[in-house]
Write a protein that binds this ligand. Structure first.
Ligand code: NAD
Length: 431
């Protein structure tokens, strides 16, 4: 078992650190945010992720997992994983400030040869630069590995333990071997490659998934115009194994901390080597259009939205997380407020952060309360409790049941049994 340090305890760092301690490694997680570390030391998770908190507590109890904000506490680690944020800058490129700050501290702290594993999503060439940067600041030998992360928020632990693949990129066979050993208890196929290819695998994978989403969303717009049903079209397409059925759900666009920023960063990266990535630029454009779809539908239906009481169900960028980064809900609420609507919102996990962002919005404590007296309702995130709400609740709680379903949660047959107006994505309107 290995002595491991994880720098950055966000979604990726925390889940990875907890998972590695769970399979027996001795893990120290470090973050510069003292509030996070304080919570974690008390066995509380600063993020919402199913089963994470009990797993933190269990591994703390076994003395395999600890949390610190002091770099000195990680100086003995054999492997240092970097999982700090790489947010998007104004021009779309990745901001590498945090990663180089972490590198500088690691260089000053370590007291022996070490393997540095970059889990953060970084532009091609960054790991090589980072290696040189650390090496220039320490007498000890630095072995660099790119090990991009593919976990999905809301499903993070399952993805960690049962992921499709682990990508290990390095020019150093000893480091590759060390990282393969670290992950071996997971029993997940591992792929080894060079640093640059590993870095690009992450961007190419996210860009491809985003392309599938924008593609089916474009098909959904055609469906609406020709009277076809996008669900049937997607099902028929997905039965072809060359296409596959995942990521073919039409909706109001992708969001989150990865797809929007990684697609823009790849366009930027391509531009840096004088390649115009036309396809990916269109994918991004289609997604921006799609995030505005519900408000466009509402305006088409009602004309002015001034003073309209509108309920938004779901705020997180997807179910199972409290993450609001680049969530379609932000675009929708912002635009509705500018249109003069009166908004009530509900989300099972993301409301604390949303309250800070939108002081003008009323937040309800459950779905039923949120719908009470609403003139229009919109489903933005398909949480189970929202998806499974009987349609009779809309009839009972709203003045007139008018629902804009941005996630196609209900079958059209089901809707037709109720007295309501129903607008969804890529399917005929009802009512
Ligand atoms: P996050 O913003 O949730 O967490 C980053 C953490 O790093 C924060 O807690 C911050 O305080 C800490 N930090 C910043 N600078 C530091 C420093 N110098 N030393 C120690 N800690 C520092 O980020 P995240 O969502 O976990 O993403 C991390 C990386 O992983 C990003 O590059 C992201 O693109 C990538 N990624 C994210 C996901 C995801 O689903 N969130 C999935 C795959 C890859």
């Amino acid at each position: 078992m290995k002595k491991i340090a994880v720098v950055g305890t966000g979604y990726v760092g925390l889940v990875t650190g907890v998972g590695l301690s769970h399979i027996g490694h001795e893990v120290t997680c470090l973050d510069i945010d003292p509030v996070k570390i304080d919570l974690l030391q008390k066995g509380r998770s600063p993020i919402y992720e199913e089963s994470l908190e009990p797993m933190i507590q269990e591994n703390q109890k076994q003395k395999r997992l600890s949390f610190t904000s002091e770099y000195e506490d990680i100086q003995d680690a054999e492997i240092v994983l970097i999982a700090v944020g790489t947010p998007q800058q104004q021009d779309g490129s990745a901001n590498l400030t945090y990663i180089f700050q972490a590198a500088e501290r690691i260089a000053k702290t370590i007291n022996h040869d070490v393997t540095v594993v970059v889990k953060s999503t970084v532009p091609v060439g960054t790991c090589q630069r980072l290696r040189n940067y650390i090496q220039d600041r320490t007498p000890f030998s630095i072995r660099m590995v790119s090990n991009p992360e593919f976990l999905r928020e809301g499903n993070a632990l399952k993805d960690l333990f049962e992921g499709d693949r682990i990508v290990i990129g390095s020019g150093n066979p000893e480091a590759t071997q060390q990282v393969m050993e670290m992950y071996s208890p997971f029993d997940i196929p591992m792929m080894t490659t060079d640093l640059a290819s590993a870095e690009l695998i992450k961007y190419a994978s996210n860009a491809f998934l985003a392309t599938k989403i924008s593609f089916i969303n474009e098909i959904s717009s055609i469906c609406e115009k020709v009277g076809a049903n996008v669900e049937a079209v997607a099902k028929g397409m997905g039965m072809d194994r060359r296409i596959g059925s995942s990521f073919l759900q039409a909706g109001i666009g992708y969001g989150g901390s990865c797809f929007p920023k990684d697609t823009k960063a790849l366009v930027q990266m391509a531009g840096n080597v004088e390649h115009q990535f036309d396809l990916l630029e269109s994918v991004i454009h289609v997604n921006n259009k799609q995030q505005n779809k519900l408000v466009d539908q509402m305006k088409e239906r009602c004309g002015s939205l001034v003073g309209k009481r509108i309920t938004i169900l779901g705020l997180a960028f997807k179910p199972g997380t409290d993450d609001l980064r680049e969530a379609p809900s932000l675009v929708i609420i912002d635009r509705l407020l500018r249109e003069g609507a009166l908004i009530t919102a509900y989300d099972p996990a993301a409301m604390p952060r949303a309250k800070e962002l939108f002081p003008a919005v009323t937040f309800a404590s459950n779905v039923k309360e949120a719908l009470m007296g609403a003139e229009l309702a919109a489903i933005v995130t398909e949480w189970e409790e929202i998806k499974e709400l009987p349609l009779s609740h809309y009839e009972e709680s709203m003045e007139e049941a008018i629902l804009f379903d941005g996630r196609n949660c209900y079958s059209l047959e089901e809707v037709m049994e109720h007295n309501m107006e129903y607008y969804s994505v890529g399917r005929p309107a009802i009512g």
